[in-house]
Design a protein around this ligand. Structure first.
Ligand code: ADP
Length: 619
């Protein structure tokens, strides 16, 4: 009881809401109605799963009441699960969800930037303070006697007291401020509910006074009236033909708690052996927590229109964690345990069919809607790549979607497109990893490929290496990294053989000079301008893999890996070594090895030695 302080993050969030989101202030109603609907969902679930509530007769509803005049009041009441004293403290004074906390921490204080960020984020209950100078929350938790009132003016803290409340649920009372006065109005409220909350599955009633007119046509009496103002059927249960673009968009905004429109959606009603409905949306931009380990899942599970959970990270595979929406099953038991949902066979089948359907939709977008495809890839190429790596059932379909840069194309391209451009005699799909796009584009390893007109995929995403290596083969085409020894063999021509023979004595001398610093020294068929490069043997981890393992402190797991040094037999520097002194060959060999390692982004074994030798050669 008594006075309580807000957690620091709550103050930050409130400040931000009031200063950067006021042009969207009307969303407060959507947020409060959505909370009311969630609370009803929770109680409905309890009436099915908890013995003590099974006998309760109850009809779910949300009521809106307002007063007109100078100091207007707006009330939003639900008969849902309600909150205990502890719930009020936990939910309305702190930010409990770590995702939300992270979000607040990301805010810059720059109103414009922040309001963009907040567009893809649920602002929730606290948005009430955009339109109210004071907020009272009266609540009684289902099954409990005691009721409590939480009240605050949104500056620094709140007060708690016991009250008496007849029925379970929550009443939110807003003392509207200047910004909010317009919402103490029948037409405004009706419009807002239609716009934002029409799909809420429970009836929303508006209480107002209807003016009756006398015989002379003048206003006479005012009659208290209650009207239901939403259609109260869950949008996903309705026929596609009945739904407008706007219906979908508004529903998306309410499930994502955002202001952005979705990029596209997929509404599927499956009938037959498995009966279920899915309405799933792909956002325009990646959710802010896409790469957080504790991301907030975006899909809600319903069974026969009863809400079951919105906190199951495995309703869809993790690579699809950017998808928002609902899955509603006819066949799952209502009291399905949330814990063992994943083992449930029906759930498994729905999940697998849904993933296939989504992938099919992504493919359709790819061929039919180029602009949407561009935005989709800009935001979600990387999770798709995770899918290629993790989702063994669907990897071939996902391989048709993932995109890479390419040595021949300026934009992004995929495996299919690459294959359609392959040279007739080309043996494999080549790719290069281990750096930023521009570094990779200029790598000496690409010289011969460029000259021969063979395309190389520039795989510049940090996960590309394990993803492509893990996939191994696209259709009949092996995927080969150009920084592997084997890929060089593919390029070999007869002239290369001749040149290699001629350079054999030089190669022998270099090999002797470097002794056990390298695994081998070879004549290269992939270099034009550069004198040398290093590659890794096909069975060894690449330089990037080695660096990654070192950074994870797994140095000890690494075998002693040595590079293969390849020399360009046609390069004047190499040709010149033929008649050079042993001392010069020795220095040149070490310097060539060191510079090639540097270009690969690898460490050089001995910097001091390198500089000494280089200076000697320059001298
Ligand atoms: P969110 O809805 O995203 O969790 P909010 O700030 O809107 O965030 O609400 C915080 C929490 O307060 C909710 O998760 C819920 O537990 C509780 N809450 C809010 N409104 C109600 C309500 N009308 N009935 C019961 N609990 C509520």
């Amino acid at each position: 009881m008594g006075k309580h302080e807000f957690q620091t993050e709550v103050n930050q969030l409130l400040h931000l809401l009031i200063h950067s989101l006021y042009s969207h202030k009307e969303i407060f109603l959507r947020e409060l109605i959505s909370n009311a609907s969630d609370a009803i969902d929770k109680f409905k679930y309890a009436t099915i799963t908890e013995e003590r509530f099974k006998q309760v007769s109850w009809s779910p509803r949300i009521d809106l009441r307002f007063t007109e005049g100078d100091h207007r009041i707006l009330e939003i009441e639900d008969n849902g699960v309600g909150m205990s004293e502890a719930d009020l403290i936990e939910n309305l004074g702190t930010i409990a969800k770590s995702g939300t906390k992270n979000f607040v921490a990301q805010l810059s204080g720059d109103a414009k930037k922040d309001s963009n960020l907040i567009g893809q984020f649920g602002v929730g209950f606290y948005s009430a303070f955009m339109v109210a100078s004071k907020v009272e929350v009266q609540s009684r938790k289902a099954g409990e006697e005691q009721a409590f009132q939480w009240s605050s003016d949104g500056t620094g803290g709140y007060e708690l007291e016991t009250i008496s409340k007849e029925s379970q649920g929550t009443l939110i009372r807003l003392y509207l401020n200047e910004e909010g006065n317009e919402y103490g109005n029948r037409w405004q409220l009706e419009q807002l509910v239609k716009k934002y909350s029409n799909h809420i599955a429970f009836p929303i009633f508006l209480h107002y006074e209807k003016t009756e007119y006398g015989k002379d046509g003048a206003p006479d009496t005012k009659t208290p009236t209650v009207d239901q103002i939403n259609s109260a059927n869950a949008i996903w249960t309705r026929a596609k033909s009945e739904l407008s673009q706007e219906d979908y968009t508004e529903f998306y905004k309410s499930v994502s708690h955002g202001m952005d429109e979705p990029l596209f959606w997929s509404h599927v009603k499956a009938e037959g052996t498995l009966e279920y409905t899915t309405l799933l949306f792909v956002p325009k931009t990646a959710p802010f927590d896409l790469y957080h380990a504790n991301f907030q899942p975006g899909v809600k599970l319903y069974v026969k229109r009863v809400f079951i959970t919105d906190d199951d990270k495995e309703l869809l595979p993790t690579w699809l964690r950017f998808v928002r929406g609902v899955i509603d099953s006819q066949d799952l038991p209502l009291n399905v345990s949330r814990e063992i949902l994943q083992q449930n066979k029906v759930m498994k089948n729905i999940r697998s069919a849904t993933v296939k359907k989504l992938i099919a939709e992504f493919s359709r977008i790819k061929t039919e809607e180029p602009d949407t495809w561009q935005s989709f890839i800009a935001a979600f190429n990387r999770p798709l790549k995770e899918g290629l790596y993790q989702d063994h059932d669907n990897r071939d379909a996902i391989a048709e979607l993932v995109q890479f840069h390419s040595s021949k194309e300026s934009g992004l391209t995929g495996f299919t497109e690459y294959v359609s451009r392959m040279q007739p005699e080309q043996k494999a799909i080549y790719y290069i990893t281990g750096g930023t796009e521009s570094v990779l584009r200029n790598s000496p390893l690409l010289e011969a490929y460029n000259k021969k007109g063979i395309e190389v995929l520039i795989a510049a995403d940090d996960i590309d290496e394990i993803v492509i290596q893990g996939y191994g083969k696209y259709k009949d085409h092996e995927l080969k990294a150009v920084n592997r020894a084997d890929a060089g063999e593919d390029l070999k021509t007869e002239t290369d053989e001749v040149a290699a023979k001629e350079a054999a004595p030089v190669i022998e001398r270099v090999k002797k000079a470097l002794a056990d610093m390298v695994k081998d020294v070879k004549a290269s068929s992939r270099l034009l301008e550069s004198p040398a490069c290093v590659v890794t043997d096909d069975t060894d981890p690449t330089f990037q893999m080695q660096a990654m393992m070192r950074s994870m402190g797994r140095e000890s797991d690494l075998p002693a890996i040595k590079p293969i040094l390849e020399l360009n037999p046609n390069h004047p520097l190499i040709v010149g070594l033929k008649d050079a002194s042993d001392a010069t060959v020795d220095d040149t060999a070490h310097v060539l090895l060191a510079q090639s390692l540097l270009l690969e982004g690898a460490e050089i074994p001995d910097r001091v030695d390198f500089v000494k030798r280089l200076n000697r050669l320059l001298g």
